[in-house]
Design a protein around this ligand. Sequence first.
Ligand SMILES: [Zn+2]
Ligand SMILES: [Zn+2]
Length: 410
Amino acid sequence: MSRSIDQFTTPFSPAEAFCIGGIISACDVHTNETGTSIWVLPVIHNPQKATPESLSAHKKHLENVFAEIPTITVSKGESDFTKYMQPNKDGFVFLFESKDLNTPENLIQRFANNILCSEESIRCAFISGVFDGRSSWDKSGKMITLDSRNELCAETICSILDSLSIRYNYNPPRERASGNPRKAQLRIYSTDVPDFIKRIGLISPTRIKDIENASICNFSEEFDTVLDGLTRIMGLRISTQTREYKKITREKFSIEAELDRKLLDDVINEIDSDIPEKPTYKGTPKKKKAPTKVSSSETYPRDTNTALNALKIAEYKCEIDSEHPTFIRKKNNLPYTEPHHLIPMAYSDNFDFSLDVEENIVSLCSNCHNQIHYGKDVEVILQPLYEKRKDLLARAGIYIAYAELLEMYK
Ligand SMILES: [Zn+2]
Ligand SMILES: [Zn+2]
């Protein structure tokens, strides 16, 4: 059954939610000779930024998405193109006719609350529509940006992002010395991009490539069947562009091992009075502390409380198997497990953010801890820990493929 945007009612289909997201984000309405309003859903790229192949793939996907919705498509080169798009831009436009909706206020009044009350998958489809065609990829800031065309529309988009607990930043409009005022802008910062792209996904092949190439998240793609061509990036993949890590020298290795041993001592002796009742993963990147010089080697300090937090989050159980036997600590009546930095602190220089975070510290029984350091079959321990932690690590701004981690233990 084909429905025009005037007939969209709850429950919205994902395609309808995507369409509403696209037109709310563009907030661009024209009136034709007969007085019918035409809402625009554009797919815009700067010249030469998108390949003809990716543009045509994108268009094909959207045509499938909008199969049930009456639309007109205008591509670059067609006479009407400049009516809806700046002539220097690449891309195409979908047009949706409406008899009732002729102002942003109408549009918002009609849809905003209904989208907000829709189930999560529909709100996600709405946000995909918001960002798919009009957002940009900021290469230097490694963030997704979306200029807002209308404050009312931006407010709606923000409230739906809030309802999904998607992190973003809203930069209000401001004057610039150049006299050319900065438009209000929504930003998904680099550390939140992996979560965004995993939960929301985009159809735009160009944008997906941009994000992949930024290698802030070496994630594998997963196609979703909710919307044609919707790509979500799930979990870390075995990267094809494995980074080269500097081999740790023997001297550095023994200094680092000594510091790990000292941390273990500190943890054992600490009566964890300073540890919050229910510590949690912070879920945000932590700045690295300044390295200190030990002999000729630079090392990064380990924080005792962070390690204690990590043990407490794990409820002092071995994270390989909570049934692994342990004993009660002499000092504080707690089960004895040992903290271990999954990505060794020695590799800190290769990462933008601190490795000394709860997300990177696992709780292991003495046997597993020794096995991960000295055992032959390190993979038996390493692989399950990696699977358990990879998403948490990403939230802490730490991106690593399994192959890279394994290399560090060889
Ligand atoms: Zn260890
Ligand atoms: Zn164990």
